[in-house]
Design a protein around this ligand. Sequence first.
Ligand SMILES: [Zn+2]
Length: 160
Amino acid sequence: MSYKITVEHSFEAAHRLPHLGGKCVSLHGHSWTTAVTVSAAQLSPEVTVVEFGALKARLRHWIDEHLDHGTMLGAQDQLVNPLTATGNKVFRFGLEEPGDTAEQFAHGLDWPTVEATAVLLTRVAQSALVDLPRADGARIDRVLVRETRLNTAVYEPATS
Ligand SMILES: [Zn+2]
């Protein structure tokens, strides 16, 4: 038996996937949506898995600050420098030494695919969850990311 809660958010962002060829080589934007599900085998003394409002606020704040109205690029993408030099908000995936920055959550993910974005947001949600009052054993169960109405990726981290 397990209890599950889901919080959702949306953001507007551009990306491109030059390694794939075809139309994804061109810089283009999507209205992305994400749904983060947290599960726990038992409820906290407050009768919650985790408090919806607190988790949602943390997640929304991170997404709005780092992804919304920005461009998600691979760190080796040739567009990184021209876009940042002209004042565009850029979030780099797969930086070799991201240090203690927001981009650390995209470490090891070379390109901003829908799948990589689901892993990124899983890591962000995991780091938010550990700071919040929650049920014993509460964990990120699955993260869904949708780039279009028709394209969805789901990441389910292994139980540890
Ligand atoms: Zn796309």
